[in-house]
Design a protein around this ligand. Sequence first.
Ligand code: AMP
Length: 220
Amino acid sequence: MNIILFGPPGAGKGTQANNLIKNFNLHKVSTGDLLRNEIENNQDSSSKIKSILEQGILVSDDVVNDLIQKILSNKKYYNRLIFDGYPRNLNQAKKLDLLLKKYDQKISCVLSLNVEKESIIKRILGRQTCTNCGEIFNKYFKAATNINHTCDPKFLIKRSDDNEKAIINRFETYLNKTLPILDFYKKQNLLHHINGMADIDQIFNKIRDIIASLETWLCK
Ligand code: AMP
């Protein structure tokens, strides 16, 4: 089963992807994380990618599609991927379809998390990610404590693109480039809408219900 988590920046895609990998035998593919990894480890492309991320616009499709192809071609992850932040435009969605065919896989569902714009800014400004375990916290809604997080607090970081100016650009990019993809998946009967304003646990329960209702999942 391959799942696409869809929604604006700050919708909770990363949080729900982490919930999914804890509860199902799935692997998270966050193109944002893969790109941040490239910035850390790839001297040649690092400064160019960093500047694009900080502006809140999209990295070129070729760069991102190459990263995705490496994952899809890896048998270790065969048919158990959660896409978080990919595809981000129609060209990427079409490329993903081609790659899935090439590696004999398919998408089981697209889960669209709907969140009001006003909440997004607060969610993103409060976000902290642990660079050690990957868990995502929020200063305002889900603060890291020594009960829910065992890593050293020094690992908790705020992303450099989680500032007000970049957030506005990221939201505009989402509206103009990413949102139109929904129709592409609606036509394929893969789309499920979820209220992303609900509690983290309520959202996850809804995701579980959708997964349980998928024939493809029950047949496996
Ligand atoms: P995210 O971690 O998903 O919020 O992504 C952070 C940033 O990485 C985005 O604002 C883009 O600059 C870049 N990025 C992430 N995923 C993609 C993608 N699929 N295509 C192009 N750029 C991406």
